[in-house]
Write a protein that binds this ligand. Structure first.
Ligand code: FE2
Length: 126
């Protein structure tokens, strides 16, 4: 049995291969955030997934949002972790985030049929 590292099991839009290629649009988390922000001033970060089925049999079960902060010794820090209850809740979250330094926001989602998918967005703090 091949023991893959967890990181290699995370699909991204650019690295998805084989059957996962057709799932990219519906599974890659989309991050809406300003390209620049002032230090320690709250900015809105919205993360969505889909359109994707939202049934008990097939849904986005959770989202986690992380921040890779420039210059930090150990990355990333967790910004939020949210579980969803299909068909009642849709996989969409909005956060207010205060950042001290520039970095990259990463969103990670889990679909019970199609696994782990991540997306990212750079944010420059001035
Ligand atoms: Fe799926």
């Amino acid at each position: 049995m091949e023991m893959k590292d967890l990181g290699s099991l995370i699909n991204t839009y650019d690295t998805a291969a084989g059957e996962a290629v057709g799932k990219r649009e519906s599974h890659t988390p989309k991050i809406e955030a300003p390209a620049t922000a002032k230090a320690d001033e709250a900015v809105t970060v919205k993360v969505t997934v889909g359109p994707h089925p939202n049934t008990p049999e097939h849904s986005i079960r959770w989202l986690a949002v992380f921040f890779y902060e420039d210059g930090r010794a150990f990355n990333p820090v967790t910004l939020a972790k949210v579980s969803f209850n299909a068909p009642t809740t849709e996989p969409e979250i909005t956060l207010k985030v205060k950042l001290a330094r520039s970095g990259v926001i990463h969103a990670l989602e889990y679909c019970n049929l199609h696994g782990l998918w991540s997306g990212k967005k750079e944010i420059t703090v001035k």
